[in-house]
Design a protein around this ligand. Structure first.
Ligand SMILES: O=C(O)C(=O)C[C@H](O)[C@H](O)CO
Ligand SMILES: [Mg+2]
Length: 393
């Protein structure tokens, strides 16, 4: 009797105090159960869309339930066929991504193999990470420097941060000087042996992004992330022709064709797909191969919860064109680490690659139930949810 998916549950978990997290105060965990009673775990994107994503997971489940979880390619194609209104719906694609991740978890567990073994084996035993989420409430250069010093002392050899305060669309001389002072303060305190990455959150017009590149290039960032608005491909091409500094982007890509657009256009130096919205492991591995063909390194986006983090580490272990891995791990609220029994700690700036079957971690289901949260993510009209808390000043 063929094993089939019998249920897909979207479980929203989060803070009782929604402002406690520096970012992403809730997680959307997806539990896939099969006709054999086996369970696989996935995760979907929570930012700004908890309600619609939960509903999208229910819609996607209507395709997946009854199908064999092993057939990840056929199942994703079947979802694409039914999704109709293009697979460019973010909600629908993150829903399918989460179920896909859980399917790969199931396959790994059934075979007794960690995912990296299904993806080509170990290319590395440890995964170098960079810290994000470490600079909550930092405003002055001294604030950034003090926090950066502590993060470097923890062993991190890469720090990403957004030094742009409340600026959006354009930045003036005052804003450039404020950003420059913050970046200088971090560079001075961490020295040249630690990589710094500048997060723009895709919020500037090309002229401002170019002015920022001119102001910050002396500090030798490893990359400038999302320098211009994500729809502005022409503006990105203009930035690429004028800024002469490496670009990383990809967290908002949905589907393989999105990635191809940026790769064949030479619009980035490093690609940052997010497994929870690019199309799960099934599509992420194709994006990695495409990037490899273009000589582009991969630095997966990884900004939400512990299931996303775990499956990302499994892919990092296997891929040939790995650059560096984003991690909020030490700056999460404790419950996110506890959900996976703290099985993926950052040790001296690296993740050790877990070798447990599937996504490599076990889930604390009792805590999952205790953390069930209802309703939308915390919304602060004075500060966009996508910034690290307390920095929109
Ligand atoms: O992690 C990233 O690169 C993101 O852009 C996601 C978040 O918006 C951010 O960094 C946290 O503020
Ligand atoms: Mg980003």
């Amino acid at each position: 009797m063929t094993e089939t998916i019998s249920s897909v549950d979207a479980i929203v978990v989060g803070e009782k105090n929604p402002t406690a997290a520096t970012w992403a105060g809730v997680s959307i965990i997806v539990k896939v159960t099969t006709s054999r009673g086996a369970v696989g775990w996935g995760e979907a994107v929570p930012t700004l869309r908890v309600g619609p994503v939960v509903e999208a997971i229910k819609e996607a489940a209507r395709v997946y339930v009854g199908r064999d979880p092993h057939n990840v390619e056929a199942n994703l194609r079947e979802w694409y066929k039914h999704d109709f209104y293009m697979a460019r719906s973010f909600e629908s694609t993150t829903a399918a991504s989460a179920i896909d991740i859980a399917s790969w978890d199931l396959i790994g567990k059934e075979l007794g193999a960690p995912l990296y073994e299904l993806l080509g084996g170990r290319s590395r035993d440890k995964v170098r990470v960079y810290a994000n989420g470490w600079y909550s409430d930092a405003v002055s250069p001294a604030d950034f420097a003090e926090k950066a010093r502590k993060v470097a002392a923890m062993g991190y050899t890469g720090l990403k941060f957004d030094p742009f305060g409340k600026y959006f669309d354009w930045i003036d001389e005052k804003g450039l000087e404020e950003a420059r002072a913050r970046v200088k303060a971090v560079r001075d305190v961490v020295g040249d042996g630690v990589d710094i990455m500048i997060e723009h959150h895709g919020r500037f017009n090309p002229n401002s992004a170019i002015a920022i590149a001119d102001a910050l290039s002396e500090f030798n960032p490893l990359f400038m992330e999302e320098p211009v608005h994500p729809e502005d491909l022409d503006g990105l091409a203009k930035y690429r022709s004028r800024a002469g500094i490496k670009v990383a982007l990809g967290e908002r890509l949905i589907g393989l064709k999105d990635a191809l657009t940026y790769l064949e256009g030479g619009l980035l130096d490093f690609i940052q797909p997010d497994i929870t919205n690019i199309g799960g492991v099934t599509i992420a591995r194709k994006v990695v191969a495409l990037a490899e063909a273009y000589g582009v390194e991969v630095a997966f986006h990884n900004a939400f919860g512990p299931i996303q983090n775990a499956v990302t580490i499994q892919m990092d272990a296997a891929i040939p064109n790995f650059l560096i891995q984003e991690s909020f791990y030490d700056f999460w609220p404790q419950w996110k680490r506890d959900l996976v029994n703290n099985e993926t700690p950052v040790v001296n700036g690296h993740y050790e690659v877990p070798s447990k079957p599937g996504i490599g971690v076990s889930i604390n289901e009792k805590l999952l139930e205790e953390l069930r949260a209802a309703g939308p993510e915390y919304f602060n009209p004075e500060e966009p949810v996508w910034v690290v808390r307390g920095t929109w000043k």
